[in-house]
Design a protein around this ligand. Structure first.
Ligand code: SD4
Length: 331
């Protein structure tokens, strides 16, 4: 990362908390922001979609104590899964149109191993079930009842994920007799996280309750390896947030990693992935899709389609989760 840009992004200085680009909350080792020589190396690193600072703080804690990128990314996203005030991930997530909270998650390690759960109910930490799938089965993906049963066998507890607040919101939504799938452009703050540990190894995770009031059975991009998340330890990693259907159609995260392999920076690769979605959608100004990527040296990029503001990227220092903030400039 060039020093000029790097320092611009490290406006918060000594804490090591870096200003939020379009979607993400970053943490970079403080020692890496002090000297010219160190600016080339920005590991360890934890970065995630949106402004989930508690999640990156947790991941950072793990990395800072010498933990692996995999442990950091799991423990980081678990913060949001357990946070009932977050209505887009884990417990407290908004249900489908029938009132069922169904979760999707995946995780990927430095060796290209991955695990995923889709349409998982009654379990607070789908990312940890996904990790068990990765480490303790010969499979990559478990779905629905099978995934839930597997979780119980591994010691996970059954828990009601529908909080009073999410239930109230859902009932209110039903009153308006919108018993149809809407593309929910604002209420989706899926957490996708990418980490690099002190050894330079990369891991990633993505976890969500998906689109609010979706058709029962719907699965988005977040648990689909290559779409919602992809890691190649030689190159970098990418993750997605927003309307999963569009991400799946482009196999967005895999695409970004492959573009980085061809020499693009994380920022350029994210922009290209978004531009492909735009090119294929006349109605691209009606939905939100965003990508976040890192490369092996810890450069970070992010880019997003946002209705009303269109193609946005981080252009100056600042820290906000408000998509209409002046820290983001439409091109
Ligand atoms: C999905 N991509 O299920 C997820 C939703 C999301 O930010 O990212 N929300 O389509």
């Amino acid at each position: 990362m060039q020093r000029r840009n790097f320092l611009k992004k490290t406006g918060l200085g000594a804490t090591g908390i870096v200003a939020t680009p379009l979607l993400s909350s970053w943490k970079i080792a403080p020692q890496h922001i002090t000297t010219e020589e160190n600016t080339q190396s920005v590991i360890p690193l934890a970065v995630c979609t949106w402004n989930f600072e508690n999640a990156t703080a947790k991941a950072w804690e793990v990395l800072n104590s010498g933990g692996s990128a995999l442990d950091a990314v799991e423990q980081g996203v678990m913060i949001e899964e357990a946070d009932e005030s977050n209505q887009t991930v884990g417990k407290g997530g908004r249900p489908d149109r029938d009132g069922n909270v169904t979760l999707d998650a995946c995780i990927m390690d430095k060796d290209g191993n991955c695990g995923s759960v889709v349409y998982l109910q009654n379990i607070v930490h789908p990312v940890s079930v996904a990790r068990k799938v990765m480490e303790e089965t010969p499979h990559v993906m478990l779905a629905g009842k099978g995934a839930e049963q597997f979780a119980y066998e591994k010691g996970f507890q059954k828990e009601n994920l529908l909080t009073e607040r999410s239930k109230r919101d859902w009932l209110k939504w039903k009153e308006k007799s919108q018993y149809e799938t809407i593309i929910n452009i604002e209420n989706h703050d899926t957490i996708g996280m990418l980490t690099i540990d002190k050894n330079g190894d990369i891991a990633g995770a993505c976890t969500t309750s998906g689109m609010a009031y979706k058709v029962g059975g719907r699965v988005g991009d977040s648990p689909i390896v290559g779409a919602g998340l992809f890691i190649d330890n030689e190159i970098g990693g990418a993750t997605a947030t927003g309307v999963g259907e569009e991400v799946v159609k482009t196999v967005g995260s895999f695409l970004i990693v492959e573009l980085m392999r061809q020499g693009k920076s994380p920022q350029e690769a994210c922009e290209e992935a978004v531009n492909r979605i735009i090119a294929k959608n006349k109605n691209h100004d009606t939905f939100q899709v965003g990508f976040l990527a890192i490369n092996k040296t810890g450069e970070v990029g992010s880019y997003c389609i946002h209705p009303g503001f269109s193609y946005r990227k981080y252009t100056e220092e600042g820290h906000t989760n408000n998509p209409s903030s002046s820290h983001y400039k439409a091109e």
